[in-house]
Design a protein around this ligand. Structure first.
Ligand SMILES: [Zn+2]
Ligand SMILES: [Zn+2]
Length: 317
């Protein structure tokens, strides 16, 4: 099968073996896959992963012992826990130390014609959700995870820093709390995409926003934004970190100590609330698609996806 394999460099292989599902797994024919900043960070050395890249997808089950799944459209949670450790038993498989992660850690990903996942990771896609929307389930779940981790009340002033792909989803997710929401970004066209859901502000480092917000969410992927978030959040406020970085941040954390800030990392989220969100809120996520490429044109797809300001790039498999 065709597969985009990463081994220090990314290359399209035409003769990669079709994966063989284990007894608990399904073989899934990938329909559409999404490029994500995590893919770029992996290519920059964020993890020592070697294998087929890609973790955001929608596909159709082709082989599986649970016969009612065959032929069904599915999306799949990307963390595969050992099933036995204390985290797995507490339903926190995203923190299992032995976990495999689709296209990120010890498990071939979805930039390929076929992939496999445990049946327990799969969610059937309701008919009214199109493939072009379903492919957003994973990043949308990550955005909605913020609502599980932080109690956002109507009277809270919340700022999302970063108007990119993830920031756009986060704004849509947080807007459902009816809080006082602001998106700060550097690109007018991207801010315009969020106006329906949030107040927007072009980033201006001289604007007087010191101590203005109760909660700040950083999803810029830009190391400087963390310090900025620390400045614009009020004492005893909360900073939610959504960016992963290849490399270190050098800074003096005294400001956070003095202001007694809460720093909260937030990663993956559950898929069921994300699918439910798409059904209920009827927000057109396809507006967040930059362009769809065939897998053969992967080079152009990656170039487009990682151009500054690009929205979601999809690969048609
Ligand atoms: Zn992703
Ligand atoms: Zn485990």
């Amino acid at each position: 099968m065709k597969a985009l394999y990463f081994d220090e460099k990314l290359a399209l292989r035409n003769d990669y073996p079709i994966p063989v599902p284990t007894e608990n797994e399904a073989l899934i024919k990938v329909t559409l896959a999404g490029l994500c900043n995590t893919d770029k960070e992996i290519m920059n050395g964020y993890t020592p992963f070697r294998g087929i890249l890609g973790h955001e997808f929608v596909g159709v089950v082709e082989e599986c012992h649970q016969k009612n799944l065959i032929g069904r459209r599915v999306v799949g949670e990307i963390n595969i826990g050992c099933g036995e450790c204390s985290f797995c038993r507490k339903n926190m498989k995203t923190h299992c130390l032995q976990r495999k992660v689709l296209g990120i850690r010890d498990k071939d990903g979805v930039f390929a014609e076929y992939t496999t996942l445990p049946i327990a990771n799969l969610h059937m896609v309701p008919d009214e959700i199109r493939d072009e929307e379903a492919v957003f389930t994973e990043p949308l779940a990550a955005a909605l995870n913020i609502l599980q981790m932080v109690d956002i009340r109507k009277q809270d002033r919340v700022v999302v820093i970063g108007d990119g792909k993830l920031g756009q989803l986060i704004v849509r997710a947080i807007s459902t709390t009816s809080c006082d929401l602001t998106l700060i970004g550097k690109q007018k066209e991207k801010l315009a995409l969020a106006e329906e859901f949030s107040q927007t502000r072009l980033f201006d480092k001289n604007a007087d926003l010191q101590n203005h917000f109760d909660i700040a969410v950083d999803c810029t992927g830009n190391k400087a934004a963390l310090l900025y978030a620390g400045a614009i959040v009020r004492p005893r406020g909360t900073i939610v970190l959504k960016s992963t970085y290849a490399g270190n941040i050098e800074c003096n954390p005294s400001l956070w100590v003095v202001k007694e800030l809460k720093l909260l990392g937030s990663r993956c989220g559950a898929f069921a609330p994300a699918l439910h969100f798409m059904q209920k809120e009827k927000i057109d996520l396809t507006k967040l698609i930059e362009k769809t490429f065939f897998i053969a044109d992967w080079k152009e797809a990656f170039e487009t996806a990682f151009t500054k300001g690009a929205l979601k790039v999809l690969l048609k498999i």
